[in-house]
Design a protein around this ligand. Structure first.
Ligand code: COI
Length: 346
């Protein structure tokens, strides 16, 4: 394996690009066979070859993660919450009957890959290098079973603002994202695939995204699009649905909950009826609503539509959600101290 670190800026238009269509130059690959993971290899990004019988193409044994590397103000590269993403990857793998990854593959592998590609982590507060680790079942077999062979790969892709304006969201009352006992807490590709049709219909009806309700009563808020959802009531209380096996244990969600007391916010994690939020908005309370996830960090929601009624949430410049976003960005860029040990400097 080569060890030199390239320092010059890549030949890439960092001002104008679409997220996720450009990989950097190198990727990581490790194989699982005969009951264990091989050591990772890092090499040029290239196509992979699979048999049409490969199990990932048929029964959805796929798991992914998403995390980011930032440039700190003193010129280092910070992989944010690498350890937490490693743990969640293994929880998702377990749920999908896939073998856990050793830290020597996920943690050491990502550190080495990002180090080699550190010239893709540019100094811009709006920019991050998105890290996409994923695992797929590769055994060739049409019988429905857990595969005995897997590939683990990591690719990197430049990212700026994921959504660049406050969103209009539709409370989805027909489809659901995930049910109790299902796989909604795992980062399995199928969860995202199943969300595309409702998302498409919402778009056709003029909305940017969906708010998902619980599967059994369609009363309680679960997530927003591919993100967790949070509310700030009257600038004081941060409210978010309590985790369950139908809600993804978001790492941005967790970071915000841990930072909230420092920002003077009270935190409530509990079940939230959609009507509670809309009643509060209707009664003139100042309600901020926003999606939280790694890709977009915080996505302000400006309108919520529920059963053909429209509710306007608070998105003015002094909204608390923007302060949270800044605080997170300052920690990631080494401007504010990291009391939580979230930064992994490579
Ligand atoms: C995130 O918010 O980080 C997500 O999971 C979205 C991702 C699938 C692009």
């Amino acid at each position: 394996m080569m060890n030199e670190t390239i320092t010059e800026k890549p030949d890439f238009d960092f001002e104008n690009f679409t997220f996720g269509v450009q990989a950097t130059d190198q990727m990581l690959v490790a194989k699982y066979e005969n009951g264990s993971w091989s050591n990772f290899q890092i090499g040029p990004v290239k196509n992979i070859s699979l048999s049409p019988l490969a199990m990932c193409l048929h029964y959805g044994q796929t798991v992914f993660e998403g995390l980011k590397a930032f440039k700190t103000v003193d010129g280092k590269v910070n992989i944010f919450r690498l350890e937490s993403h490693f743990k969640r990857m293994n929880r998702s793998l377990e749920r999908m009957a896939m073998p856990p990854l050793p830290a020597s593959c996920f943690i050491d592998g990502i550190r080495e890959l990002v180090n080699k590609e550190s010239h893709w982590v540019i100094d811009d507060p709006e920019y991050a290098l998105y890290i996409r680790p994923f695992a797929i079942a590769t055994e060739n077999k049409l019988g429905v079973d857990a595969s005995h062979e897997y590939l683990f790969m990591v690719v990197l892709s430049p990212l700026k603002a994921y959504y660049n304006r406050p969103l209009r969201v539709l409370v989805e009352t027909t489809y659901i994202r995930s049910a109790r006992g299902g796989a909604g807490a795992a980062k399995n590709g199928g969860n995202y695939g199943a969300s595309l049709l409702p998302q498409q219909k919402a778009k056709q009806a003029g909305f940017d995204q969906i708010i998902w309700l619980d599967a059994s009563e369609k009363k309680y808020i679960e997530e927003s699009g591919t993100m967790n959802i949070m509310f700030i009531l009257n600038g004081k209380t941060l409210l978010t649905p309590a985790l369950s096996d139908s809600i993804l244990d978001g790492i941005t969600r967790d970071s915000i909950l841990k930072l909230a007391p420092e920002l003077g916010l009270e935190v409530e994690e509990r079940t939230i009826q959609i009507t509670e939020i809309l009643d509060r908005v209707g009664a003139g309370e100042k309600v901020e609503a926003f999606g939280v996830g790694t890709a977009a960090v915080i996505s302000p929601i400006k309108e919520i539509s529920y059963k053909d009624e429209l509710f306007e949430t608070y998105v003015e410049e002094d909204a608390v959600m923007y302060r949270i976003k800044n605080k997170l960005s300052e920690i990631r860029r080494g401007i504010s101290p990291d009391h939580f040990g979230w930064s992994d400097l490579v």
